[in-house]
Design a protein around this ligand. Structure first.
Ligand SMILES: *[C@@H]1O[C@H](CO)[C@@H](O)[C@H](O)[C@H]1NC(C)=O
Ligand SMILES: *[C@@H]1O[C@H](CO)[C@@H](O)[C@H](O)[C@H]1NC(C)=O
Ligand SMILES: *[C@@H]1O[C@H](CO)[C@@H](O)[C@H](O)[C@H]1NC(C)=O
Ligand SMILES: *[C@@H]1O[C@H](CO)[C@@H](O)[C@H](O)[C@H]1NC(C)=O
Length: 587
């Protein structure tokens, strides 16, 4: 009787829970988001409102070009314009059928010219920028910017059956020989825009651009004929890459292919130090934006500082000599340095059972956050990666129809390195977006839709047991089966919270040379935990055995689809051994 009531109750809960859930395709798996909206009012705030960070930006400490408003890419000076004037909107189509709006940059600083326009979906507050450019070579025979020779109409809404504000026309600037177009122009008339409306950029100051996130386009019912608009990013990304996007959109036209591709800019200066923050500026950035991380009320495996782990008896094992592990020095200075993850060394918790159980729970009160500061997109942005260390990762949990399943050993491992990355504009120090790492994948979220704790400090939710980061509380199901079956990430606010600005340690900022001393543990490239030996199928069989037949069928489906990377049985590597250390997030 008791269980019957319970089942009925959960069915109701489940039904309510998934009312209005949205599916998000993310590489090979679909995530079902069912997250409570933190600020219901914001849901209603669409593109008609402009987004501003909750608090004014601080005055950045002096030094260098960080926050200086302009940047010289090598004969081409660029500035960031975020005052945008609406040109045309489609009121349906695109992701969620919410439509998109196209903008021209206005209030352009004296002497600068437009390089391209901006576009974004209609369900978010207006928040964007595009770069404008100025030739500073003083070489009239060989300028870095030139007007186009003509325009090509890429697309117009005239014969398209959509809800629209009048008609929109998207134009590709035909570049002169030796120059490239880096953006499109949008008008509301079939007449070609004036040639002086936009500039093309000298070839050697450009690089290859690719489409990023879908903004608007094809939907079968809308008959937009394979025409799509995306945000853009450089093809070459990472701390060494000099490609610099203007922040505009790209279009792909299904009919007849697309040879009218646009480029991004390239920083020919090579040196990024000029635009990047110095140590004082980094300190102010940390004070301003360091996120508040909330843990689930049931979380048992909280973070700690790496020093605390070492001071509490962490051991380093050497292959072939497993019976003689060595106590790690309190500052990690006897860890093997450099090399690669060759399986010869690994860390583990103390053998003593009671110390082990205590250490697994972490030490939230004195936990540190480890900051890595790096240039991105040719020095246009500073990426601030914030790494948290957890001594233990708890078991994976699953939802099968209406029940919760703990997968026992599955997913458990010693040591868990997780991170969040802030992307900050070097023109003004404004926060652009935040990356939330989730099980070897993750999502970029615009600053305009984040929750903020105090001032401009974003809120991050750490998922129960697995410590994936999310911008909202609630339930996220991982797996291809929609709302019924999948691995579950549960996020909820509790009094377990960490201000990553307290005990913040900058562990690396390579562009500053030797100013930042890297701790020895950062250059330990082997595993931070042992490989856990268990038989996945045996563990899943145990779970399946206790299920009633109807659920068995659903569980079978789950078993076949469970994303293996989430079930990690291998000890994790440290921050510096991960690809995102020197690359862009998600490659
Ligand atoms: C997606 O699947 C392909 C092939 O099935 C695989 O090579 C790739 O690593 C997967 N990507 C992710 C992010 O899991
Ligand atoms: C690290 O600790 C060892 C002793 O445990 C000490 O000899 C060494 O000086 C320390 N190194 C640093 C950089 O603090
Ligand atoms: C945190 O660190 C302080 C100062 O080192 C110490 O007094 C305190 O006991 C520590 N708290 C915990 C829970 O470890
Ligand atoms: C499943 O777990 C979540 C998160 O701990 C909890 O909120 C929910 O009530 C659980 N559902 C059942 C049926 O136990």
């Amino acid at each position: 009787m008791h269980s019957l009531v319970c089942v009925f109750f959960t069915v109701v809960i489940t039904f309510l829970f998934f009312n209005g859930a949205t599916m998000v395709e993310s590489s090979n798996r679909s995530l079902v988001y069912d997250q409570k909206d933190v600020s219901p009012r914001r849901e209603l705030v669409g593109i008609k409102t402009s987004f501003k960070l909750p608090s004014p930006l601080p005055k950045w400490p002096p030094g260098g070009g960080f926050g200086g408003g302009t940047m010289d890419l090598g004969g081409l000076q660029v500035s960031q314009v975020s005052t945008l004037n609406k040109i045309w909107a489609a009121n349906d189509g695109g992701p969620g059928n919410v439509g998109a709006t196209f903008y021209e940059p206005v209030s352009i600083p004296q002497g600068f010219a437009i390089l391209g326009f901006y576009s974004q979906p209609n369900n978010m507050p207006l928040f964007g920028h595009v770069l404008v450019g100025k030739d500073v070579t003083d070489d009239p025979l060989n300028p870095t910017l030139k007007p186009p020779t003509d325009y090509t109409l890429v697309w117009s809404s005239v014969s398209v059956n959509i809800k629209k504000d009048g008609d929109g026309y998207i134009w590709y600037p035909n570049p002169p020989d030796g120059y490239m177009a880096v953006g499109y122009i949008v008008t509301t008339s079939s007449e070609k825009p004036a040639l002086e409306r936009v500039r093309c950029v000298k070839f050697d100051l450009t690089d290859t651009l690719e489409s990023d996130v879908w903004i608007w386009g094809s939907s079968k019912s809308l008959n937009v004929n394979g025409f799509n608009v995306y945000s853009s990013r450089p093809m070459n990304r990472g701390v060494e890459a000099m490609s610099a996007p203007i922040g505009g959109f790209v279009v792909e036209n299904g009919i007849g292919g697309n040879t009218l591709s646009i480029s991004c800019l390239k920083n020919l200066k090579g040196s990024l130090v000029n635009s990047m923050p110095n140590l004082d500026q980094i300190k102010t950035l940390i004070q301003t934006y360091s996120p508040m991380v909330y843990f689930h009320p049931n979380e048992r495996y909280l973070p700690c500082s790496v020093d605390w782990l070492f001071q509490n008896g962490a051991l380093v094992y050497h292959k072939g000599d497993e019976s003689n592990p060595i106590l790690v020095d309190q500052n990690g200075s006897n860890l093997p340095q450099g090399g690669s993850n060759d399986g010869t060394y690994w860390l583990d918790l103390p053998k003593d059972g009671s110390s082990k159980e205590r250490i697994k729970q972490g030490n939230l009160q004195n936990a540190s956050s480890y900051f890595h500061i790096k240039p991105m997109y040719g020095g246009l942005f500073t990426d601030i990666a914030i790494w948290l260390f957890y001594p233990f990762n708890g078991a994976s949990r699953a939802k099968v129809e209406f029940i919760n399943i703990s997968l026992e050993k599955v997913g458990e491992h010693v040591s868990d390195w997780e991170h969040i990355t802030l992307r900050v504009s070097n023109f003004n120090g404004g926060l652009k977006s935040v990356f939330f790492a989730q099980h070897s994948s993750g999502t970029w979220v615009s600053a305009s839709v984040l929750e903020y704790a105090i001032g401009n400090k974003p809120v991050v939710y750490s998922s129960l047991n697995g410590h994936a980061s999310y911008p909202k509380p609630g339930l996220v199901l991982l797996g291809p089966h929609g709302v019924d079956i999948g691995l579950r990430d549960d996020m909820e606010k509790s009094d377990k919270v960490m201000d990553t600005g307290d005990r913040a340690t900058v562990v690396a900022a390579e562009y500053l040379g030797s100013i930042v001393v890297e701790p020895p543990w950062l250059n330990y490239f082997r595993k931070w935990g042992p490989k856990i030996q268990y038989d996945l199928d045996k563990e899943l069989n145990k779970v399946e055995k206790v299920m009633i037949w109807k659920l068995k069928k659903a569980f079978y489906k789950f078993r076949k689809s469970v994303p293996r990377e989430v079930l990690g049985e291998d000890g994790p590597l440290g921050p510096k051994a991960k690809h995102e250390w020197s690359g862009d997030e998600m490659g």
